[in-house]
Design a binder for this molecule. Structure first.
Ligand SMILES: *Cc1c(COP(=O)(O)O)cnc(C)c1O
Length: 359
């Protein structure tokens, strides 16, 4: 009985990781650390900071609607043509663009029941039907997904690695899946955490667009440390890209984001340092959790899903009072779990100390 669309009123909104500022306001704490949104703990690449300062003088102008220079650089970096790229206001926007571009109003979308929540939320906002398939051993159940595909299925979202579990679909599994599904179904591979991967059997997904209906999503929000600027990109065949370009907003990626992303791509040292810090930090967290006797899901990304054997919300709240923000997993249906983002070594130690007190 409202003026607003009924399906919009029913949507449970996305709950973001708790911001540091908000925690400071509410608890009057200092030295708060945030390990809740899988951000880069080392900050922003110095090269990106310089580019942001330099380009801020041009903020009176609209950004380059075509992202010419960034697309040039990305096309070199990934060995694709600029016509195979679409830039987005974070990959969040590209999830919306993909749904609008491909899915007819009577078609459905399939994804996992325990994955990035934005797929289902954005599908709902666009009034598209979503079919959710339970995880199997904390992994995407590709066989289960294949079984629920019907003649109305258009899009399948696979977060690889998956958030919040940190598990991944390997090349063999993905190839078998792509071979088994109908040709007119589009698979979106969301690789927000690709840079952290340290396994040999991860799919070489950049070339899939040549032979498959695959849209690859990548972002500068995680390893590249630009979450606050909002920039991501899609790689797909040029026909798909040309249509997605019609759907996105003309000035969706602001000029500072374009400049910072371009500079970050050229800062290999920053990326190397980031990976090293994450791998070492993850090992420290694994060892500490082992010592505490807490079970966790081994992760190929920069976060760990931990079974705290009691209410995850309670543990989250207790850790918060010690200035450590983690993510409770209630919205993901994992009541006894929290997700911890790997931080700097200092942050990881502080986190483990707070976790010990909380459990
Ligand atoms: C963090 C994350 C993103 C990133 O979204 P942006 O809009 O690019 O910041 C996308 N997909 C998954 C699975 C994520 O965890």
């Amino acid at each position: 009985m409202g003026i607003v669309r009924e399906d919009i009123r029913k949507i449970t909104p996305y709950k973001a990781g708790k911001p540091i500022e908000e925690t400071r306001r509410e608890l009057s704490l200092r030295g708060i650390i945030k390990l809740a949104s899988n951000e880069n703990p080392l900050g922003v690449s110095p090269k990106a900071l310089k580019a942001i300062l330099k380009n801020s003088k041009g903020l009176n102008r609209y950004p380059d609607s075509n992202g010419y220079y960034l697309k040039q650089k990305l096309s070199c970096a990934f060995g694709v043509s600029p016509s195979n790229l679409v830039l987005g206001n974070g990959s969040d926007e590209l999830i919306d663009v993909v749904i609008k571009t491909f899915v007819e109003y009577d078609e459905n979308i399939i994804t996992s029941a325990t994955t990035f929540l934005e797929y289902a939320i954005i599908a709902g906002v666009n009034a598209r039907k979503v079919v959710l398939v339970a995880l199997k051993d904390f992994k995407y159940d590709l066989e289960g997904i294949r079984r629920v595909i019907n003649s109305k299925t258009k899009l399948i979202f696979i977060a690889n690695p998956n958030n919040p579990t940190g598990t991944y679909v390997n090349k063999k599994e993905l190839d078998a899946f792509l071979n088994a599904i109908p040709k007119d179904v589009v698979v979106v591979l969301d690789e927000a955490y690709d840079t952290f991967i340290d396994v040999g059997d991860f799919p070489e997904s950049v070339s899939y667009y040549k032979t498959r209906n695959v849209v690859l999503l990548k972002t500068f929000s995680k390893a590249y440390g630009l979450a606050g600027l909002r920039i991501g990109f899609a790689i797909a065949n040029s026909e798909f890209c040309a249509c997605m370009e019609k759907v996105r907003q003309p000035f969706n990626v602001n000029s500072l984001a374009q400049a910072a992303a371009l500079a970050s791509l050229g800062d290999r040292g920053f990326l190397r340092k980031t990976k090293k810090a994450i791998w070492a930090g993850k090992q420290y967290l694994y060892d500490s959790l082992d010592a505490m006797g807490l079970a966790y899901v081994p992760s190929v990304a920069n976060f760990i899903l931990v079974n705290v054997e009691k209410s995850g919300i309670e543990v989250f709240k207790k850790m918060l009072t010690r200035g450590v923000i983690v993510r409770d997993m209630q919205q993901y249906g994992l009541k006894d779990y929290i997700r911890i983002t790997v931080g700097t070594m200092d942050e990881n130690r502080k986190c483990i100390n707070a976790l010990k007190k909380a459990v």
